[in-house]
Design a protein around this ligand. Structure first.
Ligand code: FAD
Length: 549
């Protein structure tokens, strides 16, 4: 790797390379939906020998670094579509570091060890927080406020906390005991979660406003949308979230031998895979192509491996019934026309291409929206809540998560944290927190020759027959500690010193001096007094941390 942008020495015409240490943003952190400092927590474990931490200390500090932003590492380690990995500079070589599998390992380890969440400021604050909805967003806000000394009460209409993570995501993808373990830790900070309490019915928003200084609205998008076609009212037709919530609740839901699921998002794929686990033949009907499906691609792959069929470029026209019982779906073949105002290719019917698919049950999983029943007096625009970037609705109301627009759990957690940081700053008269994000360092600044080329770890998978035979068994396992440590060693610490000693070893002028208490990113001081400006240190730095002045 050639040092970039040398200056030219005035008298000799030779290039000169004066180095400087310059931290750059890492692509994993820039891509992380929950805003976790990925490079640092990986570095704490990967560099533990250099910083004098034993394994347990390194794991503990890494876990606390994750939970500073996201109190649900075991949960997200299972269900996050891990955008952090898409940007990983190693993906352009031998495959992205398996960050999601690493997070799951640490999350599970912390549950086993009984680790508790960190308090930031134990000094009790006079203001009280009311949170509507115990989904990941509301719980994230509650956690961040409680650890700053505020008294927090969460109001939840369901019998248990967790939102869509408990009542939407199937148990085989997210075991309820894992979710409960991570929620219990938030309660252990003193957060009160009042379940079976519907705001707008049991307590009015106005009463809540009088009871609390700040209200956080985290009600998600719990109202499923129907298909709007003839025949959909009546037995044999479910919405995706209703079906999944009943199954997660332990109810036996009869769907018969043939099921059609309409939709292309996570809810549709989850509903299809749950129905498949009941023994049914399942077809997923989607009006665009596989490329446009919003569901997590790996979940679609697994659905196909489990024998679910895709009816692409197909739209529903009518639910067919005989004597009131569902017998199938009349469907319309579609084709893609040019993009609509949302930038997505628009499906339009192919004239005359109407056909029927036999089915005993139809599950409509096309979308959800917030349920505003009894919640009036709020600034709602086209069904969604309007907020500032950080969730402010004006006055003492804040909001975050799916109530602002359908997204993933990591984003809901980030909304909760950002709102909490801003509320805290406002209440304490501090400047608003700064956003840490900047343009991440790219692969051409990383010296890949420094580590051997090795593909990422692949977590073990249950055979399809076993997964279908055991409807709540997790198809993917947590990696072993040996795999965890090997995988963590693949990280290049893009943009920040990892203490590899290359610069120190190659520098004949001894410009680099080891610091007494090394930390990830802080291993050497640099003095340019004797620097020969050869640029070797910049050339050998694997992380792209050293650069030309
Ligand atoms: C089937 C399905 C699968 C998904 N799969 C994934 C996935 O694999 N990965 C991923 O990252 N994301 C996934 N998601 C998305 C993710 O679950 C959501 O983005 C996330 O749960 C949103 O969090 P939230 O806190 O905003 O809302 P929710 O999780 O919806 O929680 C809102 C809470 O508010 C409560 N509530 C509502 N109204 C009231 C009221 N009036 N009073 C009191 N309480 C109220 C609700 O009961 C609920 O508990 C999936 C979603 C679904 C539906």
């Amino acid at each position: 790797m050639q040092p970039a942008s040398p200056e030219v020495m005035a008298n000799t015409g030779m290039p000169k390379y004066r180095p400087r240490q310059a931290e750059k943003a890492a692509p994993c952190e820039a891509g992380c939906a929950s805003g976790s400092d990925v490079r640092t927590w990986i570095g704490l474990v990967a560099q533990r020998d250099r910083t004098g931490l034993d394994r347990e200390q390194a794991y503990t500090r890494a876990w606390h670094t994750i939970t500073d932003a996201n109190p649900f590492p075991s949960v997200l380690g299972r269900i996050c579509p891990h955008p952090c990995e898409f940007g990983c500079n190693r993906s352009e070589n031998d495959g992205a570091v398996a960050i999601n599998a690493l997070e799951r390992f640490l999350g599970d380890w912390a549950i086993e060890e009984g680790l508790g969440l960190d308090v930031v400021d134990a000094e009790p604050k006079p203001e009280t927080m009311g949170v509507i909805g115990a989904g990941p967003s509301g719980l994230s806000f509650a956690y961040q406020m409680a650890r700053r000394g505020y008294s927090v009460t969460v109001y939840e209409r369901r019998p248990m906390a967790g939102g869509m993570l408990r009542y939407g995501v199937p148990d085989y993808r997210l075991p309820p005991e894992v979710l409960s373990a991570e929620i219990d830790r938030i309660s252990a900070l003193g957060v009160e979660i009042r379940t079976n309490t519907t705001i707008g019915v049991d307590i009015s928003v106005e009463d809540l406003r009088s009871a609390h200084d700040i209200l956080y609205l985290g009600i998600g998008a719990q109202q499923p949308r129907m298909l709007g076609i003839p025949g959909e009212d009546g037995p044999g037709v479910f919405t995706g979230t209703d079906y999944l919530s009943r199954v997660n609740d332990g109810q036996i839901v009869e769907v018969g031998a043939r099921v059609i699921v309409v939709g292309g998002g996570n809810t549709a794929v989850d509903a299809a895979r749950v129905a498949r686990r009941s023994g049914a033949e399942v077809a997923l009907v989607y009006r665009r192509t596989r490329t446009e499906m919003p569901a997590i691609p790996a979940e679609v792959d697994e659905a196909l491996a489990e024998g679910i069929t895709l009816e692409l470029l197909t739209g529903p026209v009518e639910v067919l019934r005989t004597d009131g019982n569902v017998t199938g779906l009349r469907a319309q073949r579609m084709r893609l026309a040019e993009a609509g105002p949302d930038g997505r290719l628009r499906p339009e019917p192919e004239p005359g291409a109407v056909f029927e698919i036999a089915a005993d049950t139809v599950i409509a999983a096309v979308s959800q929206q917030p349920d505003w029943t009894a919640l009036d007096g709020l600034d709602i625009r086209e069904g969604w809540v309007a907020t500032s970037d950080f969730g402010g609705m004006g006055g003492a109301m804040w909001a975050g998560g799916d109530v602002r627009g359908l997204d993933i759990a990591g984003s809901a957690i980030t909304h909760g944290r950002r709102a909490a940081e801003n509320v805290h700053a406002k209440l304490r008269g501090m400047p608003p927190p700064e956003s840490r994000r900047s343009t991440p360092i790219e692969a051409d600044r990383v010296n890949f020759d420094f580590k051997e080329s090795r593909p990422p770890v692949h977590p073990p998978h249950l055979a399809v027959e076993d997964a279908l035979r055991n409807p709540t068994a997790e198809p993917t396992a947590t990696i072993t500690e040996e795999e965890f440590l090997a995988e963590i060693g693949r990280c290049f610490s893009c943009g920040l010193c990892m203490g590899c000693q290359q610069c120190w070893m190659y520098c004949t002028a001894m410009s680099f001096t080891k610091v007494l208490n090394p930390q990830p990113g802080i291993y050497y001081t640099l003095s340019l007094e004797e620097c020969e400006e050869c640029g070797k240190c910049i050339e050998v730095c694997p992380c792209g941390y050293l650069e030309v002045i």
